[in-house]
Design a protein around this ligand. Structure first.
Ligand SMILES: Cc1ncc(COP(=O)(O)O)c(C=O)c1O
Length: 563
């Protein structure tokens, strides 16, 4: 005897999309309910961080946890959803200027909400329809910005995965005619490149000793002499180059390695040592890619009034980015400078053939592949793959267009310019701007804590004085970051910190500095004034505190990732 079967969806009515998709209104109501639940924790909306009623410790919160026997209600889940968000920074608020974190476009959120509902798995187009086609369109379109007509690649989690893919492709290329040991392979990059390169290399089996960082010029660009000497030395030792990772836009100051000269040095080394492969060159342009929207066309800077400093900065950056065309791949993070929520990056290779190192048998999809035959998982690290990044990036590109992206860069640089002007003109007694030379929109400042000593003078001062400055900065950092949590002051300005900032690579002593990364899209002159004033207020309050109560053990800056 068979028991009558009740659909699971009947036991949980209004919990799943119906066959005819005619209960979509229920989902909209849920979204409203969830949103309503989160409103209470942002007060009037002018706060840098969602309310966090008390500063918890993980040990206490993780005590005695078990999965609940009976499912809880939507209302309770909405409550817990809000609980999860407590303490989150609100990057759209002008008082949060902590890092480069975009405000996602509404259309993107609409698109990815539905993508989540339909749940395509982009491991294989047979399952996920045209999403893989759109992924390839994205890489082609981004490739065309650097003059590549046959670009191929993948939507990735960000810069780190793009670097890992590049190194994998490079190992594949370097091992085409030579099966060596992993200990033979080295990765070369600038000392100012992002710290994730070392970890990505490690994941791929490259030992830390084989991660070679090259010192920089005072400008922050890779020192070509040192690079050339290192390349020849390493090749002469019988090592193979897994990849050279050039940085095109350091996280702070947006320094760009000399891309064409690096490529020339690589090619000369191939000839001189009669290498049986051309070392792979990846450009880590995760932030700067958005400048490519100017297409190196001066008309895009002349059509409206732009502050001369800003056009100079854009022109200078574009001249340097031109070198991307000589690389084998580059990367673009849309969760940095492209209006997408995490995680949305793109790894773009010049040609499909450059991706052959991603598979054990150098498998590449046939050029004539038709719908239903594209097995993306054979090349990518993920097996099951999200389609959210593809949808987000496509919508970002199409909704903004090159014009919107250009307007965005100009706006952000205008915000930066105004911040710098105001700090220099009105608040120089409290802060010194350290990175007027940067082409980017981040603002690095030295706080004048015990003394109004300019940075240059600090550089020349004794080790003891520098140590006193460092300790004062750490103490201010604790006050700035953690003081607000302990005092539950949500309007507290939230800015970043650079543990060892140098304006000149290794040619200057790295010392602590603070970072304003103004990525809110709501800045006008008034909001900038309000933000600067709130930072100054915190600093004045700090200046007035009794420093003797701060012990070195309370310094928490070890948590700050290196920049
Ligand atoms: C220059 C650079 N490269 C790589 C990364 C890592 O990117 P992601 O966090 O998207 O993996 C970053 C992140 O800040 C970066 O600034």
């Amino acid at each position: 005897m068979t028991m009558p079967l009740t659909p699971f969806s009947k036991k949980y009515p209004d919990e799943f999309l119906t066959r005819r998709e005619d209960n979509f209104g229920v989902l909209l109501e849920r979204i409203k309910l969830f949103h309503q639940q989160t409103r209470a924790d942002i007060q009037d909306g002018t706060v840098s961080r969602r309310n966090l009623p008390y500063r918890f410790t993980y040990r206490e919160e993780l005590h005695d946890l078990k999965v609940n026997e009976k499912g809880i209600s939507t209302e309770q889940v909405a409550d817990e959803f809000n609980d999860m968000l407590q303490g989150c920074l609100r990057h759209q608020d002008p008082t949060a200027a902590f890092n480069i974190i975009p405000s996602p476009l509404f259309d993107i959120i609409a698109g990815i909400t539905l993508t989540s509902l339909y749940n395509p798995n982009t491991c294989w187009d047979f399952i996920s329809g045209k999403l893989s086609l759109y992924e390839r369109k994205i890489t082609r379109m981004l490739g065309s910005l650097v003059g590549w007509s046959q670009a191929d690649g993948f939507v990735v989690t960000g810069g780190k995965q793009a670097i890992a893919y590049a190194i994998k492709c490079g190992i594949g290329r370097a091992s085409t005619n030579h099966i060596g040991e992993m200990s033979d392979y080295v990765v070369i990059f600038s000392e100012l490149a992002h710290f994730c390169i070392k970890h990505a290399s490690y994941y791929l089996g490259i030992s830390p000793e084989n991660c070679l960082s090259i010192s920089t010029e005072k400008s922050g660009e890779m020192d070509l002499k040192v690079f050339e000497e290192t390349l020849h030395r390493i090749i002469a030792q019988g090592k193979r180059i897994a990849a050279v990772v050039a940085v095109a836009g350091t996280t702070i100051d947006l320094a760009i390695d000399p891309l064409l000269p690096i490529k020339k040095i690589i090619d000369e080394a191939v000839e001189k040592h009669r290498l049986d492969y051309v070392p792979y060159l990846h450009v880590d342009s995760v932030t700067s890619w958005v400048w490519l929207a100017f297409e190196n066309n001066p008309d895009h800077l002349s059509h409206r009034q732009i502050h001369p400093n800003i056009s100079k900065k854009i022109e200078s950056l574009l001249a340097k980015l031109e070198g991307i065309q000589y690389a084998d791949s580059f990367a673009a993070d849309f969760h940095k400078t492209g209006f997408c929520p995490y995680a949305a990056g793109v790894f773009i290779a010049k040609e499909s053939g450059y991706l052959s190192g991603m598979t054990p048998n150098r498998f590449l999809p046939k050029e004539s592949v038709a719908f239903g035959e594209l097995e993306v998982y054979r090349q990518t690290f993920e097996n099951s793959r999200s389609g959210l990044g593809i949808v987000s990036i496509w919508i970002a590109l199409r909704r903004m267009g090159l014009q919107g992206l250009r307007e965005f860069v100009i706006y952000q640089l205008e915000v930066c310019e105004l911040f710098k002007q105001k700090i220099q003109q009105t608040y120089s007694e409290h802060f010194e701007i350290l990175n007027n030379h940067s082409n980017g929109w981040e603002i690095v400042i030295k706080p004048h804590l015990q003394h109004q000593q300019p940075w240059d003078e600090l550089q020349r001062s004794s080790a003891k004085e520098q140590e006193a400055y460092t300790n004062a900065c750490l103490s201010f950092l604790n006050h700035l970051w953690y003081g607000s949590l302990d005092n539950q002051a949500p309007r507290h300005p939230i800015i970043g910190f650079v543990r060892k900032y140098s304006r000149k690579g290794s040619h200057e002593q790295g010392l602590p500095a603070f970072l304003i990364h103004p990525t809110s899209l709501h800045y006008d002159e008034e909001a900038i004034d309000e933000m600067i004033k709130s930072i100054i207020d915190v600093k004045i309050a700090f200046d007035e505190t009794d420093k003797s109560s701060v012990s070195i053990e309370t310094y928490l800056c070890e948590l700050v990732p290196p920049r």
